[in-house]
Design a protein around this ligand. Structure first.
Ligand SMILES: [Zn+2]
Length: 419
């Protein structure tokens, strides 16, 4: 039997869906295809697929749906059925039952190591809505450029990972080129996983506009496309004003285009449409086995560096997060930027000046505060500064954390609070 994919009928997963989101549970319960299911269990529209993915595995790879790596490999009949049921849609409609997934652009490469998170989707929410709407409305669906991972791949671990002793201890070779989620997976040794419920194509095609699910897909798709639609509007409206301002106060190494994209991205983070980064214990739910990683890594660290004075750092994991309330705060790093599409100019040296330029162009945005290792914004690193109070508070009730201040992520950046 397949250890990752289960072919299930609605009544098998009804309670689980209701736990993830009660109103979604009731909407699905009303679906015509499920109501007329009794006695016709051979109908392909009657089945759903409950699929499990390990932390970090890809659910969608650059616009192509992937079934999980199961133990039976090519021989697996259930996995073959899942593939057949999702053949015509680049991304099938799915509901997240347990934990969360990250939608991102797979921009990480050896030459240009950076994350581009687009959206973190929690349990109870759907993905694949754009592609499903295209299918329902008969619009040709181009292969989308994004990927989806089980949990967040866009994570930063604030620790001197390039230390030789540490590399030998855990068999990790940090050359500044490997994404940090890989070390999380390696060290955490956790069975943290994401469960999703995939809707096969015959079921989608059997839906009618009278089904409440049809309406929900339309609503969800509209909400999820908000960032995409607004970025087009922003470009038309305020970019010309902002660009004028930036041209008079332009960081010499960033150039006006990159600087404009950066300040616009900061505003999108402030509006909650794009994610920033936050310590995982401040998120509603960790998007990976970060708690397990932190415990395992702390033990390894003590074993390696107990006798090394001043080297008692805590492993701090930053994950993507959307601002949603005034209590929230997230970070953006100018040294490790998560801008969509644009690569950082190669000759940037004076990172501590970027906050200075950003602040002058966004003077009417008090929700954005800045930090830099040197100069005007270095106060954030002091005992009373926000970096120390945010990242060193002991969220899990353990010992106070000690921040690795030389982390590239902390060279210069911004902290954005909810409005
Ligand atoms: Zn299988």
């Amino acid at each position: 039997m397949c250890n990752r994919v289960k072919q299930v009928s609605w009544h098998h997963v009804r309670d689980e869906v209701a736990r993830a989101d009660a109103s979604l549970g009731s909407i699905l319960n009303d679906l015509h295809a499920f109501k007329s299911q009794a006695g016709k269990s051979s109908d392909p529209a009657a089945f759903l697929y409950r699929v499990q993915y390990e932390y970090g595995s890809l659910i969608v790879n650059k616009g192509r749906f992937l079934s999980p790596a199961c133990d039976l490999k090519e021989e697996c009949v259930t996995c073959k059925n899942l593939k057949a049921a999702t053949l015509n849609s680049p991304i099938p409609l799915a509901v997240i039952l347990e934990n969360s997934v990250e939608v991102f652009l797979d921009s990480w490469s050896k030459e240009d190591p950076r994350h581009t998170p687009l959206r973190l989707i929690p349990a109870g929410e759907m993905f694949g809505t754009f592609e499903t709407l295209d299918l329902l409305l008969g619009i040709p669906s181009p292969q989308p450029p994004w990927s989806v991972s089980a949990g967040a791949r866009s994570v930063w671990v604030l620790l001197p990972l390039g230390n030789g002793r540490l590399e030998a201890e855990i068999g990790w070779e940090e050359d500044g080129e490997k994404p940090h989620w890989e070390i999380v997976k390696k060290v955490a040794k956790s069975n943290w996983k994401v469960s999703i419920l995939v809707f096969p194509e015959p079921l989608i095609r059997s839906m009618t506009p009278e089904d409440r699910l049809y309406r929900l897909i339309l609503e969800t798709g509209w909400k999820q496309s908000s960032a995409l639609r607004h970025s087009a509007l922003n470009q038309a409206n305020f970019d010309s004003d902002l660009l004028k301002k930036i041209q008079s106060k332009c960081h010499p190494q960033l150039g006006p285009v990159y600087q404009l994209a950066t300040v616009r991205h900061l505003l999108e983070i402030a509006s909650g449409s794009m994610p920033g980064f936050q310590p995982f214990w401040k998120a509603a739910k960790p998007a990976g086995p970060f708690d397990e990683f932190e415990k395992a890594m702390t033990a390894i660290w003590k074993r390696c560096f107990q006798r090394k004075p001043g080297f008692d750092y805590s492993p701090i994991v930053l994950q993507p997060g959307h601002l949603s309330s005034t209590e929230d705060s997230v970070y953006y790093s100018f040294r490790c930027p998560s801008l969509v599409g644009l690569k950082m100019p190669e000759d940037v040296r004076h990172f501590n000046m970027i906050p200075w330029y950003a602040k002058r162009n966004l003077a009417d945005h008090p929700e954005i505060n800045y930090f830099a290792r040197e100069g005007e914004f270095s106060g954030a690193f002091n005992d009373e500064g926000f970096l120390v109070s945010d990242l060193c508070s002991s969220g899990n009730g353990d010992n106070p954390r000690k921040l690795y201040m030389d982390s590239p992520f902390l060279v210069a950046g911004a902290r954005i609070v909810g409005k």
